[in-house]
Unconditional design. Structure first.
Lengths: 345, 613
């Protein structure tokens, strides 16, 4: 007690990490989703994002509950099953000055939500879209989802005989501009990826393998901790240098793929897969397709494009949020109505 | 020549000596869709309007791109009636496929202006026939074969104008307005009108009794369709986010809105103060509306029956999480795909309780063009004040047909953006509970995303929540929220657009109706008075939940006729849920649901039968 009070560590904007925490998780102990929530907290803290400037979106499912467990000072919308894209689109149209992070699951995205998901990708809606992917429906006690791998087995012994939907390949093909896969157990990779995601302008799709300890962590599952530890094949090692960090690192430029992010920060991808170019769309899709034939789970940043206009750019919106424009800018004046009436007489 | 014309035009028997009928008949132009007759019909309608004669136009069209029968009915009415008339006296028969049936449907003494080679004059002896060689006339004045289909329409405009004594100069000036800045197009079209007019003048002898005569009953009035009026309302309500999925007959709501936004809401720097998104389906459309409403935007969508069905789940979320949004439902004939291009008022019950659980929604019911404009604006204010989705139920008849109206008035009240706390408010208050009724109005205060205060954020969810927006499965907390929502809905009775006592003469008989039924009902009430000497009162309902005045109206009458355009008496059903048991027994229904806009005769007939008149 006699020790001097330690000043809590604060971030770039002077906030302690406590200001980025949320409510206590009600998910199972050991659930991969909790680890992802922790990384989200770290990423927003380290990036110095004001919590009040963040919207947290979700659909329905275990994953979609998790926004309650991080960043309690941010505005949150837990919507209906599979419809996070539409709710997010509307919210972002109303206020495009916010940073938006959405948390969905494999059922919420790849089954009931597929219709909206693909259109969100097409629009390059500026938001971070995380799929907490465990291959099963948790809240309804362990049915296969559409991302479960062909041949993987449920606890009950049921074998999945349908191919998995690769949401990353889909996202690359359909227009997302930052696509990666990670593993809830890989703290370093996931944190770097999330920080880069915050710096990116456009749709970020992160498929995070997140084992379900209750229904899908057994032998025969391809979404278990053990399986991921054995089969995780990173294609690149991710380094992220925020715009306000003044770190200079020497590196061999032949091994590093460097991306200048929209906010001035730097994403440095150390190539682990020979000659992998994360701006080559076709190669990225081919690489993913080939990997699914082996038992490899590729992780890393598969694709990035910092040039493509976002949905907000395309709509050419005013700089201020549409939601709070004053009446003087939204209700046309009387002469406008008079002119319309005169033309109809 | 004259003798031959007489023989052609003259019907058998006493009908030829019928009295002159001025400014009180309908013209039915029977064509095929895709033939481009719309602008010709519009010129005809506007010419009659410009002669000071009250007029309305109804397009009875197929759900098809081209080649199917379509009828455009123009009604001239010196008394100002704008409902569909049960019969049309004048037929312009241009569609060989339907010509026989159309001729048979005419009342005795009717008129047929038809393509000469159709030989329709064999069909009946009690009509006036005016054969016109439309194709020959068109070919002579229009060397370009591919334009002839369009030009031919203007030839019938000329012929009709001549037969009915519509002033050619007026037609000319209407055409000039329609094709302003396009001299060549005007020349070609007016040439066609003139050719039709000249042919009729030289070759037809007027035998029928129908005339358009100048009067002064349209001065200062406008002609507009309900969808355009709704779009205008949305724009003058300051809408900022529009998300929609195309569906007949609502599409032109968004088209009108978008046109106006592009015209009126682009900044000098060329930036848009609005977003219009054509979404992937209606689920996404209402999702975007609610997302935008949550984040502070005035947001809307427009749809019709099938879209409403798809919006059910999200509507419940909007109700329970208390999020503003405006949904236009331009009703068409259901169930299922139904008849997409025919009208009905059959979404009332499904919209009232749209979604599972104890869900109910505020519904506004425009019944005129001015209503379409004003209730659209009111919908945005109410949605934000009451923090809930608000539905505006129009229908195909209101939405897509041409109506005469008084011009719209500029709103006098500023926008009501509802109860929103700013960062400054929070500094003063310290904190807030999103769903707590602190003012006794059953409405909590909300914050918008981005409000810079550590206590500004709350967690929005469709799952059970307490008044602080926290997750709950606690019976008392859940029930308290449900009770407050019910109370909020009760309070809406006083905030929604009031019903209008259209006729209030202290009769024992009262009528209740809403929406596009109004025009036919007011005409029917005149018929009832003239034919049976019965004076009846009439109150037009403009919103659900029902205002106290509607209860009072029912209580003040012995018998109440509820007139509506659906099979299942949906308005009457809603009334039965709302009224005390001793009042419910007063209700009787007059229903019309064949897809055509209801007409006065149909109402009068059922009423007379039920009253034993």
């Amino acid at each position: 007690m006699a020790t001097a009070t330690a000043t809590p560590k604060v971030n770039y904007i002077g906030l302690p990490i406590l200001d980025y925490r949320g409510g206590k998780s009600t998910l199972c102990a050991g659930c991969g989703h909790n680890a992802i929530s922790e990384r989200i907290i770290d990423a927003f803290f380290e990036m110095g994002v004001e919590p009040e400037r963040v919207m947290k979106m979700s659909g329905i499912g275990c994953s979609s509950k998790s926004p309650a467990y991080f960043m309690g000072r941010s505005f949150s919308f837990n919507s209906v099953h599979g419809r996070m894209p539409a709710i997010s689109t509307g919210a972002i149209l109303a206020n495009h000055t916010m940073t938006t992070i959405g948390v969905s699951g494999d059922g919420d995205t790849a089954s009931i939500g597929m219709g909206q998901f693909v259109h969100l990708l097409r629009r390059n809606l500026p938001m971070i879209y995380i799929i907490e992917n465990n291959g099963v429906y948790g809240l309804t006690k362990g049915q296969f989802s559409a991302t479960a791998d062909l041949g993987s087995r449920l606890k009950t012994g049921v074998v999945n005989d349908l191919p998995a939907i690769d949401t990353c390949a889909l996202a690359i093909q359909l227009g997302a501009t930052f696509v990666g896969r990670s593993f809830s157990g890989d703290k370093k990779q996931l944190l770097s990826m999330l920080k880069a995601a915050i710096a990116h302008k456009g749709t970020v799709l992160l498929d995070v393998i997140s084992p379900c300890v209750t229904f899908n962590d057994h032998e025969g599952s391809t979404k278990s901790y053990k399986f991921m530890q054995e089969n995780d094949e990173p294609i690149n090692e991710i380094g992220f240098v925020a715009s306000f960090d003044e770190i200079e690192v020497d590196y061999d430029s032949g091994e590093i793929y460097e991306v200048e992010m929209h906010d001035g920060s730097n994403l440095r991808l150390r190539k682990l897969l020979e000659d992998y170019d994360p701006t080559d769309k076709a190669n990225a899709v081919r690489t993913l397709m080939e990997s699914s034939e082996n038992d490899e789970i590729l992780t890393g940043v598969f694709y990035i494009n910092t040039e493509k206009p976002t949905f907000i750019d395309q709509l050419n919106l005013v700089d201020e949020p549409l939601g709070t424009l004053p009446e003087s800018l939204t209700r046309p004046p009387k002469p406008a109505l008079d002119a319309l009436m005169a033309a109809l007489k | 020549m004259a003798t031959a014309d007489l023989a052609l035009g003259q019907p058998e028997g006493a009908l030829s000596t019928r009295q002159r009928v001025t400014n009180d008949f309908s013209i039915n132009v029977a064509t095929v869709n895709g033939s481009g007759s719309q602008s010709a019909n519009s010129v005809l309608l506007k010419s009659i309007f410009a002669m000071g004669v009250p007029v309305s136009g109804k397009n009875l069209f197929p759900s098809n791109i081209a080649g199917q029968p379509t009828w455009y009915i123009i009604r001239a009415s010196k008394d100002g009636y704008v409902a569909r008339k049960h019969d049309s006296e004048i037929l312009v028969a241009l569609n060989p496929e339907t010509a026989q049936a159309d001729v048979l449907a005419l009342p005795a003494g009717g008129v047929v202006i038809h393509e000469e080679n159709l030989k329709l004059d064999q069909a009946r002896g009690d009509l006036f026939y005016y054969p016109v060689p439309f194709d020959k006339i068109t070919a002579a004045i229009c060397p370009e074969a591919k334009l002839r289909k369009l030009v031919k329409n203007m030839v019938y405009v000329g012929a009709v104008a001549q037969v009915l004594a519509i002033d050619l100069g007026v037609v000319e000036s209407c055409l000039l307005r329609q094709f302003a800045k396009k001299q060549k197009v005007f020349d070609l079209n007016f040439g066609a009108v003139k050719a039709g007019f000249d042919y009729a003048q030289a070759n037809l002898t007027k035998q029928d009794p129908f005339f358009i005569e100048r009067m002064n009953a349209t001065a200062g009035k406008i002609i507009i369709d309900g969808n355009a009026a709704c779009g205008m309302g949305a724009v003058f309500a300051g809408v900022t986010v529009v998300a929609w999925y195309p569906i007949t007959p609502s599409t032109s709501v968004v088209e009108a809105t978008t046109d106006l936004l592009k015209k009126l809401r682009v900044t000098p720097e060329g930036k848009a103060s609005f977003a219009v998104v054509q979404s992937e389906d209606e689920l996404a459309a209402i999702g975007m509306v609610l997302g935008a409403g949550w984040a502070g935007a005035r947001s809307m969508t427009a749809t019709s029956g099938p879209g409403i069905s798809l919006m059910a789940e999200f509507s419940g979320l909007g109700y329970f999480a208390e999020i503003p949004g405006v949904i236009f439902d331009v009703q068409r004939s259901g169930p299922s795909t139904g008849m997409p291009t025919r009208t009905q008022q059959s979404d009332l019950l499904s919209v009232a309780f749209l979604s599972h659980g104890d869900t109910k929604h505020i519904i506004l019911l425009p019944g005129s063009m001015k209503d379409c404009f004003e209730l659209s604006m009111a919908a945005f204010d109410l949605a934000e004040r009451m923090q809930t989705p608000v539905f505006v139920l129009s229908d195909l008849d209101l939405g897509m047909n041409n109506w005469m109206s008084e011009p719209f008035d500029y709103p006098v009240k500023p926008l009501d953006r509802g109860k929103v706390l700013t960062a400054e408010d929070l500094k003063r208050l310290g904190s807030f509970a999103r769903y707590r009724d602190v003012d006794g109005d059953a409405i909590g205060w909300r914050t918008l995303p981005g409000t810079r205060h550590p206590k500004a954020a709350y967690f929005t969810r469709g799952s059970g929540h307490n008044d602080a927006a926290g997750y709950t499965e606690n019976p008392d907390e859940y029930q308290a929220v449900m009770e407050r929502l019910a109370l909020k809905f009760e309070k809406a009775r006083k905030l929604v657009p009031a019903p209008i006592a259209v006729r209030d003469a202290g009769s024992k008989i009262g009528f209740l109706a809403f929406g596009s039924t109004d025009c036919a009902l007011t005409e029917s009430l005149d018929q009832i008075r003239k034919r049976y000497g019965v004076e009846a009162d009439y109150m037009r309902i403009r919103a659900w939940p029902f205002a106290q005045a509607i209860h009072d109206f029912v209580a003040a009458h012995e018998r109440i006729y509820v007139v509506e355009q659906n099979r299942d008496a949906q308005l009457a059903s809603l009334l039965k849920l709302d009224l005390p048991a001793e009042q419910v027994i007063k209700l009787r229904s007059i229903l019309h649901y064949n897809g055509l806009p209801v007409d006065a005769e149909s109402i009068t007939e059922v009423f007379a039968h039920q009253e034993g008149l």
